[in-house]
Design a protein around this ligand. Structure first.
Ligand code: COA
Length: 160
């Protein structure tokens, strides 16, 4: 089941972000900040967060995304994570497909995802490519020396 995140999910979501062992402490802090903006400022329009539950009702994964300011129809996928226990079972795909449906329903046309060129992110880049995203730009040495910012994107009306 896929549904908007609620306050009751907060601990589970932060727990699964940490459990991926993928993110640095500063990155986890930023993820938490976005979650708290979403939960505590119901009037805000910048971030949407959805969770997907497994068959037992446990939160299996979550996604944060929103319209890119000052654009017409461009959206950013800010964050996605699936619990390590249930990765490779289709939850990530479900979350991204849902984001794409939402973007289309809101008149959006382009989804952008920024990621890192570190080898650690290779599986993540493969995941995005599998879902039809393509590398559109790259800024060398962006995050740190030897770590590029890789920008993936997908025009939603184009054929995959
Ligand atoms: C990236 C991530 C969200 C993918 O979620 P997931 O539920 O494991 O992925 P899915 O099972 O939905 O996979 C969808 C497709 O991507 C492919 N894929 C997923 N993980 C992959 C990997 N490690 N290597 C290659 N392909 C992969 C799958 O083969 C699948 O295609 P298929 O259905 O044709 O086999 C999840 O692995 C994760 O949380 N990773 C750590 C955190 C992260 O990298 N977040 C993104 C950075 S913000």
């Amino acid at each position: 089941m896929l549904r908007p995140m609620t306050g009751g999910d907060r601990e589970q979501v932060i727990g699964l972000i940490k459990a991926t062992r993928f993110f640095l402490p500063d990155e986890i802090k930023v993820a938490e900040e976005l979650i708290d903006i979403y939960l505590n400022q119901p009037e805000q329009q910048d971030y949407k967060i959805e969770v997907v539950e497994d068959q037992t009702g446990k939160v299996a994964g979550y996604i944060t995304y929103g319209p890119t300011p000052l654009t017409e129809g461009t959206w950013d996928l800010y964050w996605i994570a699936v619990s390590p226990e249930v990765q490779s079972q289709g939850y990530g795909r479900l979350l991204v497909r849902h984001l794409e449906d939402e973007v289309k329903e809101n008149g959006g046309r382009l989804v952008i995802i920024e990621t890192s060129s570190q080898p650690k992110y290779l599986p993540t880049r493969k995941f995005y490519e599998k879902l039809g995203y393509r590398e559109m730009a790259r800024i060398p040495d962006f995050y740190r020396s030897g770590d590029d910012r890789v920008i993936f994107g997908k025009y939603l009306r184009e054929k995959e």
